[in-house]
Design a protein. Structure first.
Lengths: 272, 364
């Protein structure tokens, strides 16, 4: 496979949190390649380091968290490759959203409570693509329609929306600038199962329509089964298995993966 | 005052469907108007209550103002005879001190509400107290009002930046400096400023409100002189006031910085200044607006010492003279003025808040 097909190449990534009793490793020795256009799932129990991996790649890691080693070469279209872990200041700010965007957990209050939804689209679009100023009145309703929302949602405030609607707004904002890579951190957690399904379907549609690469972090093996092309399984900060999702489900190579798959609740089977 | 304001409820409940006729129905369809009317009614009740309490409170102060007046007249006009009962009775009528306390109260309220009349001032007899107050009011509003507004604006901006850059050296210095200086009394700073700028350096005047050789009026000379003379007293208030606004704004700012929408704004790659103003400050400055309204009350009485020190002809100086000479009409008038302005400011801010923060809704 040529370099061009790999949008993100993580090698030897180490992330730790420094505490009073020394450093705690959250991610250690992680190597992973994300292919252009795929949906890659990252699975694992809580505390396995999957969210730390996401915030480290998005450069949102706050002290005491610290990347101690490794690189993450990001190859956006039409730009020269950069190491996501080294890029700083204005260069990082310009890269954000137009090339690398973020879909947070829906239950989190990621929308600014005092700004109308439309303004929260507007500020990020104008920041990175000021030439689209004249098309905004057409672009925002189109993005909202893409996730099944009415155009007047743009005039509302976040507290006037339900949890599922907020998550759809976040999805529409994250693809607004057609980024190369979207990192979604638990996109369906804390939503009820019917909404989860709708959100997953919208994610698949968006991925197809906008041609973005999607990295989905979720503890829910059911989400991976429905959504992703390949799945990477993390356990205690290490990557234990990566592979085609069907292959992994059919023939898990690692004992932990097998246990994770068995933990999916099924109808007609009681927990032992 | 704030305790009586209705508590805000989170919006979301829709107005119930009421029959579409009559005042009730109209109010149900116009919740904002209904709220404004109710809030204004509450304002009137608050105003009446506060003015009434002030009136009875001042009547309880021991001492006979008429005797004081007659003594003053005797000293000034070599009027050696003891005042006759007739003279005393006439003065009592004029000052609103005849009859029992309830008729006095009714008469006082009637004069105040219908004619804006506070009764004659003792220190400047027979000038009415409202004229005495109005003479010094512009100086106080000009000096203290501008100084209070300036320290609020400066304090909120610097405090927001100090919160934003918490942990950095500059922010730590500013924060600790604010903790150390925010409770230094105004007059102490005023004394230092006078010592340095007026006494040692001789750059700025330390007394009065303008150069007495210039005739008051709208001439550039006079305005320049007012600014020059007002500089030191204003500085003493701005310096210390700013520090306490810095502290409180920083305290409001820090918790907001941990919110998810700030992380999201950073991930969006917005410019830091925009995140600071539109995401962080916008979500935490509301209590500062209310606090500013309440702090306006202190303009009328909190800075008496500064005005005294600089011999500034403002309300504070007038109040001190009035208290010394038991000029109860003027004292009560200044108090009424403070009550009126604080309640009005809080009313206006209460009506303004729903426009500043969409989550604030007092009505259902």
């Amino acid at each position: 496979m040529s370099d061009d097909d790999i949008v993100l190449e993580i090698s030897g990534l180490e992330v730790g949190y420094s505490t009073n009793r020394g450093e705690v490793k959250a991610v250690s020795g992680l190597d992973l390649a994300v292919r252009r256009g795929e949906i890659l799932g990252i699975a694992g129990e809580s505390g396995s380091g999957k969210s730390t991996l996401a915030v480290a790649l998005l450069r949102l890691l706050k002290p005491p968290g610290k990347v101690t080693a490794g690189s993450a070469i990001f190859r956006p279209r039409g730009r020269s490759p950069v190491d996501l872990l080294k890029v700083e200041g204005e260069e990082l700010r310009v890269l954000r959203w137009s090339a690398l965007s973020y879909l947070p957990q829906g239950s989190m209050s990621s929308l600014n409570p005092v700004m109308r939804i439309g303004d929260q689209f507007r500020d990020v679009i104008l920041e990175h693509a000021p030439d689209r100023k004249n098309t905004l009145s057409e672009l925002i309703p189109r993005l909202l329609a893409q996730v099944g929302l009415e155009p007047d949602v743009a005039r509302m405030y976040p507290h006037e929306l339900s949890g599922g609607m907020k998550q759809r707004v976040l999805m529409a904002i994250c693809v607004a600038l057609e980024p190369d890579l979207v990192i979604a951190d638990e996109p369906t957690t804390a939503l009820d199962v019917t909404i989860q399904r709708v959100i997953l379907q919208s994610l698949v549609d968006l991925q197809r329509d906008f041609g973005v690469t999607l990295v989905v972090i979720s503890h829910d093996m059911g989400v991976h089964a429905q959504l992703v092309d390949r799945v990477a399984v993390m356990y205690e900060g290490k990557l234990v298995e990566v592979g085609d999702v069907r292959q992994v489900y059919k023939q898990p190579q690692h004992e932990y993966t097998r246990q994770l798959i068995e933990s999916i609740p099924r109808l007609g089977r009681r927990a032992s | 005052m704030t305790a009586t304001a209705p508590s805000a409820t989170v919006a979301g409940e829709s107005a119930e469907s009421a029959p579409s006729r009559g005042l009730r129905a109209w109010l149900a369809r116009h919740p904002l108007a209904a709220y404004a009317i109710r809030r204004f009614g509450l304002y009137l009740v608050e105003l009446w209550g506060a003015l009434t309490i002030a009136f009875f409170f001042f009547r309880m102060i021991p001492g006979d103002p008429i005797q004081t007046l007659i003594q003053t007249l005797q000293q000034n006009y070599v009027y050696n005879q003891a005042a006759s009962a007739e003279v005393i009775a006439r003065y009592q009528t004029e000052f609103g001190l005849d009859g029992n306390i309830f008729t006095q109260y009714l008469k006082y309220m009637q004069n105040l509400i219908l004619h804006g009349d506070l009764g004659p001032s003792l220190i400047n007899y027979p000038t009415p107290a409202q004229d005495v107050i109005l003479r010094s009011l512009p100086w106080t509003i000009g000096l203290l009002g501008i100084a209070a507004a300036m320290s609020w604006v400066l304090g909120v901006i610097i405090g927001a930046i100090a919160g934003w850059r918490r942990g950095k050296l500059g922010s730590t210095i500013i924060t600790n400096l604010s903790i150390a200086l925010s409770h230094v009394p105004f007059f102490f700073v005023a004394l230092i400023l006078v010592y340095v700028f007026a006494y040692t350096l001789g750059m700025l005047p330390a007394r009065s409100a303008y150069d007495s050789t210039i005739t008051p009026g709208f001439s550039p000379d006079f305005i320049g002189s007012v600014i020059k003379y007002g500089f030191l007293p204003a500085m003493s208030i701005v310096l210390i006031g700013t520090f306490s606004w810095i502290l409180s704004t920083r305290m409001l700012m820090v918790p907001v910085l941990g919110e998810d929408y700030l992380v999201y704004a950073e991930a969006k790659g917005l410019k830091p200044w925009r995140i600071l103003t539109r995401y962080a400050l916008r979500n935490c400055y509301l209590p500062q607006i209310t606090a500013f309204g309440i702090s306006l009350g202190f303009i009328f009485n909190g800075n008496v010492l500064v005005e005294q020190l600089f011999n500034y002809p403002g309300l504070g100086s007038t109040l001190v003279t009035a208290i010394q000479q038991l000029d109860f009409n003027t004292i009560l008038g200044v108090t009424d003025m403070a009550i009126f302005s604080v309640l009005t400011a809080v009313l206006l801010l209460d009506l303004l808040l729903p426009l500043l923060d969409p989550r604030v809704k007092y009505w259902k």
